[in-house]
Design a protein around this ligand. Structure first.
Ligand code: UDP
Length: 480
């Protein structure tokens, strides 16, 4: 990179959900490790999650600049329960009318606009990288001639697939909601069904919000993508040509966390002692453990959890299973005696797992994944074959990248997006998919392909790699 007398100042504004805050913190660390000054905006409660890893980063890198700026978010005044400053509160409180309240939460974030304008006016940063769910941020930045970039936290493939479906509406040309259609114009013959996607209803509030999000994106200066070129070259090109005004790929972001402490501290505090977890993994043969996690939001009813438990037990494999449960929950989801029967073979983590530590351990041989983009890229960077089990959001698109494009995973057979209808996967399907991804000739092939992708991921962020270079060109352009 050319030496530049001006130090780039980037303001980051993540949506308050773990799947958005975690990669944004990585992004801010990445920018500051490349000489920029990073400022992350968040609320008082969320600052407690971010402060510790920021302090740790600063301790290790005293010359680098990264800071937090705290904005007010008066929940009660905004019609939300006191202190509910993160999506976590809405998804873990099952007695609540989750959907309605979450939407209220999304809308309430508009309260930040005035504070953001004040900050932009007084600090005059070089650019603002704000979450896709903050559509009002484009207008706020425009007022002060600060370029606003959108961070979706997803990859090129899903951005392109969503675009092609919006333009061509192929779901209207099939006879039934379960009949597959090819996504028109999208490179590769990618199949989906109507019940795997969300159709925007322009008449309702959520639909209107989605349209506003897209509009603000079109008016923004471009998008920052947590991906690397070699993972999705055809889709990166397609996105840059047709979908986004401009796009830069700078991932995988998770690899900025290299040390044990950084990997452990990433995100929420793990519900298990990492030393215990590592000791357990150390006692297992290489590539013999399957890791099952559905991210920070998705949750299942007891009936489904029982099937997962039974499928895992029947597969006879070593496993680490993360179950997102609240303290005090009755454990009716756990088949009687299962924990004793699988002692030594299985580990159940109730709550939050140190995911990066587990994925990067040599004993881990496969990942049952909900296809959240962060987890997916973390799995790719760790070179793991996957059992894909999409639930909602853009996860059904992401699944296709794994199963149809790279063929590094097998689908468990999920057919319905959670916003369309609740799905149910039997224990037999769980058992079959887990076995299929761990053993056999095809499993070896899949693993070989997954390892190759991991090598490409590593090369992309190293000096001269595709992500390294894209970040360079971004920094050079917006520093001047
Ligand atoms: N994560 C974690 N431990 C957990 C669950 C999730 O560290 O027990 C992290 C995971 O590594 C990823 C993020 O939380 O970085 C989840 O983001 P993703 O996009 O995969 O899914 P989402 O939570 O947004 O559905």
């Amino acid at each position: 990179m050319r030496s530049n007398p001006h130090k780039l100042h980037v303001v980051f504004f993540p949506f308050m959900a773990h799947g958005h805050m975690i990669p944004t913190l990585d992004l801010a660390k990445l920018f500051s490790s490349r000489g920029a000054k990073s400022t992350i905006l968040t609320t008082p409660l969320n600052s407690k999650i971010l402060q510790k890893p920021i302090d740790a980063f600063k301790n290790q890198n005293p010359d680098l600049e990264i800071d937090l700026e705290i904005f007010d978010f008066p929940c009660v005044q905004l019609g939300l329960p006191e202190g509910w400053e993160n999506v976590d509160f809405f998804t873990s409180n099952t007695n609540n009318d989750g959907g309605y309240m979450i939407f209220k939460f999304f809308k309430a974030t508009r309260f930040f606009k005035e504070q953001l304008e004040k900050l932009l006016e007084t600090t005059r940063p070089d650019c603002l990288i704000a979450d896709m769910f903050f559509p009002w941020a484009t207008e706020a930045a425009e007022k002060f001639h600060v370029p606003r970039f959108v961070f979706h936290g997803t990859g090129y493939f899903s951005l392109c697939a969503g675009y092609c479906i919006r333009v061509h509406q192929p779901q209207n040309k099939v006879a039934s909601s379960s009949e597959p259609f090819v996504i028109p114009d999208l490179p590769g013959d990618i199949f989906l069904t109507r019940e795997q996607i969300v159709i925007v209803d322009k008449e309702n509030e959520i639909g209107k919000f989605r349209i506003e999000v897209r509009q603000s994106e079109m008016e923004s200066s471009g998008v920052i993508v947590n991906s690397f070129y070699e993972l999705e070259p055809a889709y990166a090109d397609f996105c840059k040509r047709f979908v986004a005004k401009r796009a830069w790929h700078i991932g995988p972001l998770s690899v900025i966390n290299r040390g044990l402490q950084e990997k452990t501290e990433r995100g929420k505090k793990a519900s298990i002692d990492e030393v215990e977890c590592l000791k357990w993994l150390d006692s297992k043969k290489p590539e013999s453990v399957i890791y099952i996690s559905f991210g920070s939001v998705a949750s299942f009813k007891n009936e489904q959890l029982i099937e997962i438990a039974a499928g895992l037990e029947a597969s006879g494999t070593n496993f680490i299973w993360v179950v997102k449960k609240n303290e005090g929950d009755k454990e009716e989801w756990l088949p009687e005696g299962m924990e004793e029967r699988t002692k030594g073979k299985g580990m159940i983590i109730r709550g939050w797992a140190p995911q990066m530590l587990i994925l990067d351990h040599q004993a881990t041989g496969g990942f049952v994944i909900h296809c959240g983009w962060n987890s997916l890229l973390e799995g790719v960077a760790a070179g793991l074959p996957m059992v894909t089990w999409p639930v909602g959001a853009e996860q059904f698109y992401n699944e296709k990248l794994v199963t149809q494009v790279h063929k590094t995973g097998v689908s468990v057979g999920a057919t319905k997006h959670v916003e369309v209808k609740e799905d149910f996967i039997s224990r037999e399907k769980v058992e079959k998919a887990v076995r299929e991804v761990l053993v056999g000739e095809e499993a070896e092939e899949r693993r070989r392909r997954a390892k190759k992708l991991a090598e490409m991921a590593k090369a992309a962020v190293e000096e001269g790699g595709s992500s390294f270079n894209d970040l360079n060109s971004f920094i050079e352009e917006f520093s001047s």
